[in-house]
Design a binder for this molecule. Structure first.
Ligand SMILES: [Zn+2]
Length: 329
């Protein structure tokens, strides 16, 4: 029997109005406790600081989890760890994004780093996602609406998916589906339309961006794979992470990946760039020489990790060397 995950319910409320009587284990990333000061309606029993996305690090929390419920407050790093910890300790999980920065708040897997690659381990989706739009809207400029990249990646992901079908490279379980593709394009269009407002930190735009992320995750859950949303732009981000070391946020890596891959796919990148600029996604944080190195490494990397087929698998050395940094400006 094949069973598909759903997406967590979303509660829009101020953190001041959360009713919580249970003993709480709170997982946060660096600096989040300061952000929460005076905002949270309850006192966590224990606070655990997440600093890296490795199973070893996450395992180190397990013996200290003694409360009745796990909370994750922050971005992707905190929620990926918390999904793992909640699953392993059989606790309910509440997730509070401090920025609309990634789709990890809604997914059932935890992205972790292993042998220079990002791997996804099935854990569990949060039982509820609590969204304080005022809090999310006051996050750092380059982060607060960076989740736009996990929706705009539909542009390159769907292109890869269709390209792979034409090349006869999609396995039985991932055949291109024109109806699903149309739904993905509708989500992409809604995201392009809300990017100005989301970038300004307005509640209306952030809420629509969040809805786009939820729909994108739900669509992938229903089809059983991530081809409508994830392709060469994410592969670019994974290699970038291994080349640059950890440090740059997901959007800083996926954003340039989208523009570079869309350009190589022959797409008009202007609307994508405009939306990312509106959302203050940093597009030039990866040095051009590093980008050339990443592009050179990509075909081997994709083959070695058996990634679903896309434009990244086909890159030539001369395409990598002739990369023009101007497309990111
Ligand atoms: Zn992503």
């Amino acid at each position: 029997m094949r069973c598909s995950w759903g997406v967590p319910p979303i509660q829009y409320t101020s953190l001041k109005h959360i009713h919580e009587d249970r003993a709480v284990d709170l997982l946060v990333t660096d600096g989040i406790i300061d952000v929460l000061r005076g905002r949270l309606s309850f006192s966590p029993t224990r606070v655990h600081e997440v600093s890296e996305a490795t199973i070893r690090h996450w395992d180190s929390f397990l013996s200290d989890i003694q409360g009745e419920v796990v909370y994750a407050v922050g971005g992707g790093l905190a929620v990926d760890a918390a999904k793992y910890v909640a699953r392993k300790t059989d606790r309910p999980l509440v997730c509070i994004p401090t920025a609309i920065s990634v789709d990890a708040f809604f997914t059932w897997a935890s992205g972790h780093r292993e042998d220079g690659c990002v791997r996804y381990l099935e854990t569990k989706p949060p039982d509820v996602v609590v969204v304080d739009l005022e809090l999310a809207g006051s996050g750092p400029l380059g982060i607060r609406s960076a989740g736009v990249t996990d929706v705009l990646s539909i542009a390159t992901g769907r292109h890869d998916w269709k390209f792979a079908e034409g090349e006869g490279r999609n396995p039985e379980s991932m055949h291109y589906d024109p109806s699903i593709d149309k739904m993905a394009v509708a989500i992409l269009d809604a995201c392009l339309a809300c990017s100005d407002s989301a970038g300004l930190g307005e509640a209306e735009g952030l809420r629509r961006l969040l809805e786009c992320l939820t729909l994108e995750v739900l669509l992938c859950n229903l089809v059983g794979h991530a081809r409508p949303e994830e392709g060469s732009e994410h592969y670019f981000a994974y290699v970038a992470e291994s080349v640059l070391g950890k440090g740059l946020p997901h959007g800083d890596l996926v954003g340039p990946g989208i523009l570079i891959m869309a350009h190589l796919q022959g797409q008009d990148i202007a609307p994508l760039k405009k939306a990312m600029k509106a959302c203050n996604v940093p597009l030039t944080n990866i040095p051009p020489n590093a980008i050339r190195t990443i592009l050179q490494m990509l075909p081997d990397y994709c083959a070695r990790h058996n990634l679903p087929y896309g434009i990244a698998h086909t890159l030539t050395d001369s395409q990598a060397r002739s990369f023009d940094p101007g497309i990111l400006e």
